[in-house]
Design a protein around this ligand. Structure first.
Ligand SMILES: NCCCNCCCCCC(O)(O)C(F)(F)F
Ligand SMILES: [Zn+2]
Length: 697
């Protein structure tokens, strides 16, 4: 299994810049690369990566995505005078040329291809190419938006050609629409292009009608182009008409900044749960390419978004569960040098396997985001079975796009000026990786190669009254069984190792999983955290729940669970769950992840009480996704000695990407209905569950 994270950078790519005055291009400066590189160095992250040399792309490689005449034209730029460069630039939009930009553009493509080679040959697991000029706007015969050659398009075409890959997923989280990528692949069913971008009903650059959600791809490529447009909130102007008379410029600026509707982490995560991840799992890609633009981070002068840099650690982690972890990230935009550097570090740290930091304060996606989510799911319902049961009765019908009154532009300008001065955000918290990753307690005789890199933990057997004290309930008969007492002792010492940050996560194979779960929850609450998420696969409810919210129980069962009103108890009854992998995954993506992010637990207990409920691969996928939370503090408890389950659990806890689930069939409609029922019940309490707007009837 490949391991290691590649980092590609060459300071030659800093050696071009804008040589004349052009307000549209002045933000694309060489310092974008140097601050990113230095931040990675200062954080000790570049030292943990595998440095790969960049190289110049060959003409043949560039011609995969560009025309001969365009290449010939760009080839002439190194010999041009300043005037000739300015004239040459005039024919394109929002881009500039420089005598050295052709050289750098070849290095940017070459770096991307080096990264694809290293990942596809298993030399590394994943990686990031820090490049400029960026690529996702450039087209067959046209430069655009600071882009000269389309780095990611060429990388995808190169991967298909040289590695016979038939399914590539491109995730473009840059705040601008990568129209160059859309045009390149819109008829290609082998390349699924996903982009979110500021759109504002076509009022945001590049102002293209085809950047809207109804561009789904063409011909054989229908369904393989997904646009998620960010449109500003509805009609701010009327609120301000009244206020304008009373408040001065400063107050208006503040007011707009506080109402400024840049999207935040809740919007981003909702799109991943309810649009991107369901389709990505169904598509089952062999390689993930990320057009990693960080102008979608807070503070960016182009993006005006609110999502803080740690969100990229989460987005990266969620994508690493796909394609066996084969992920190539290529830098696109990002113009606030502080948030760019922080976002790059968050991304690389996750690629290296460090657990994402906890994100608190998540809420519901905003109305505008919900409208976009619903529109995209409706537009793609006919192409993806994961949207088959989506609630897409259109709200409001697309005809009534909320237009923006002219008054906004003056307000917009105020916002732009005001907000640039004031925007600040906290540094992302440090994400320490403990020396050892996984502690295990196993009954003897369960040796396994994977387990050798785990840290064996054996505890002191507990006495019955010790347990009774911890569990605050009368001693149960099992407590006579010294195997049970030993396993509880083992769990206690595992939790202590996690508490001391000696290990990050743990695995215990136990004789009585319900007792172990109850004990684990109680001990975690007394010594580790005030919020424990218990994910329980099995039918017997392990713990009585207090409504104080210190435990959230998500229980996957096969028999009809008791009716509940609690927002901390989520029974999900799945029929034939071991064969309905799609149904299981639907439950994880549309229920479990949104709940867990909303709850923000300090500890995860993942309990496999009944090995028949899901297969080993689905379970491993779940263990991988659960490491998004609680700084990776997961304790997996397994009853019985299913060797395969134990092996994949340990592998996942050690950071091995789970193997792919393979092509997914349609989920069982009764399972989708069960999940939808719970989602409807809970979405008012946990906003990340929403997929449609509130005022939808
Ligand atoms: N206010 C100035 C208007 C600038 N309009 C052009 C924006 C180009 C964005 C380029 C990018 O960030 O998408 C890339 F990733 F390609 F670099
Ligand atoms: Zn951008």
């Amino acid at each position: 299994m490949a391991s290691g994270t590649a980092l590609l950078y060459d300071e030659e790519m800093t050696r071009y810049k804008l040589l004349w005055v052009d307000p549209a291009c002045k933000i694309e400066v060489p310092e974008r690369l140097t601050v990113s590189w230095e931040a990675l160095h200062n954080a000790g992250l570049s030292g943990r990566c595998i440095p790969l040399p960049v190289r110049q792309a060959t003409e043949e490689e560039i011609l995969l995505a560009h025309s001969q005449e365009y290449l010939e034209a760009v080839k002439k730029t190194p010999d041009m005078s300043l005037e000739e460069l300015m004239t040459f630039t005039q024919q394109y939009g929002d881009v500039y040329f420089h005598p050295n930009i052709y050289h750098c553009a070849k290095l940017a493509v070459g770096a991307s291809l080096q990264l694809v080679d290293a990942v596809m040959t298993g030399k590394v697991r994943n990686g990031l190419a820090l490049v400029r000029p960026p690529g996702h706007h450039s087209q067959r015969s046209e430069a655009s938006g600071f882009c000269v050659f389309n780095n990611v398009a060429i990388a995808a075409l190169y991967a298909k050609k040289h590695f016979k890959i038939q399914r590539v997923l491109i995730v473009d989280w840059d705040i601008h629409h990568g129209q160059g990528l859309q045009y390149c692949f819109e008829e290609d069913p082998q390349v699924l292009y996903f982009s979110w971008h500021r759109y504002e009903h076509q009022r945001f650059w590049p102002n293209l009608r085809e950047s809207d959600f109804d561009s789904v791809g063409k011909g054989m490529g229908a369904g393989f182009n997904i646009n998620l447009p960010w449109n500003k909130a509805r009609l701010m102007a009327p609120y301000f008409r009244g206020l304008l008379e009373h408040c001065d410029q400063k107050c208006l600026t503040w007011l707009l900044a506080s109402l400024q509707v840049g999207m935040d982490s809740s919007d981003y995560l909702s799109v991943f749960f309810h649009v991107l991840l369901p389709v990505a799992y169904e598509f089952n890609p062999e390689l993930i390419l990320v057009s990693a633009g960080f102008d979608s981070a807070v503070g960016d002068p182009e993006g005006h978004m609110c999502a803080t840099p740690e969100i990229f650690g989460h987005l990266t982690h969620l994508l690493m569960s796909l394609a066996g972890g084969r992920l190539c990230a290529v830098l696109e935009g990002g113009y606030n040098l502080t948030s760019l550097a922080q976002s790059v570090c968050q991304t690389v740290q996750t690629l290296l396997g460090d657990p994402p930091s906890r994100i608190s304060g998540l809420s519901s996606p905003c109305e505008s985001a919900l409208e976009s989510i619903q529109s995209v799911r409706a537009a793609h319902q006919q192409y993806w079975v994961c949207f088959k049961n989506a609630d897409v009765s259109l709200w409001p019908d697309p005809g009534t796009k909320c237009s923006r009154l002219e008054g906004d532009t003056q307000a917009e300008e105020a916002l732009k000026e005001g907000e640039m001065r004031e925007i600040v955000w906290p540094e992302p918290p440090s994400r320490l990786a403990p020396p050892i990753r996984t502690g295990v307690t196993l009954p003897a005789g369960l040796e396994d190669d994977v387990l050798t890199s785990c840290f064996r933990v054996t505890g002191i057997p507990l006495t019955p009254n010790q347990v009774a004290k911890e569990l605050w309930h009368p001693a149960v008969p099992e407590l006579k069984d010294e195997k049970v007492l030993q396993s509880l002792g083992d769990i206690l010492s595992l939790l202590k190792e996690i508490e001391k940050k000696e290990v990050r996560n743990g695995l215990a194979v136990v004789p009585n999983v319900s007792l172990a779960a109850t004990f684990g929850v109680q001990h975690a609450l007394t010594s580790l955290t005030d919020r424990v998420l218990l994910v329980f696969l099995g039918n017997e409810a392990p713990v009585e729940l207090q409504e104080d919210g210190r435990v959230m129980l998500i229980q996957l069962c096969s028999t009809e669970p008791v009716e509940t009103k609690s927002k901390f108890y989520v029974p999900i009854c799945l029929k034939k769950s071991s064969s309905d992998v799609a149904g299981f995954l639907h439950a994880v993506l549309s229920l479990l992840l949104p709940l867990a992010y909303g709850y923000d637990p300090g500890m995860i207990l993942a309990v496999m009480a009944d090995c028949s409920l899901v297969g080993a691969v689905a379970w491993a996928q779940l263990i991988g996704l659960l490491q998004s939370f609680a700084q990776g503090h997961t304790l997996a408890l397994i009853q019985g000695a299913e060797k395969e389950i134990i092996r994949v659990t340990a592998a996942s806890l050690l950071g091995e990407p789970a193997s792919t689930l393979g092509p997914l069939g349609p989920p069982l409609s009764e399972n989708v209905k069960a999940v939808e029922k719970e989602r409807q019940r809970l979405q008012t309490h946990w906003g990340l569950l929403q997929t449609t707007g509130e005022d939808h009837p």
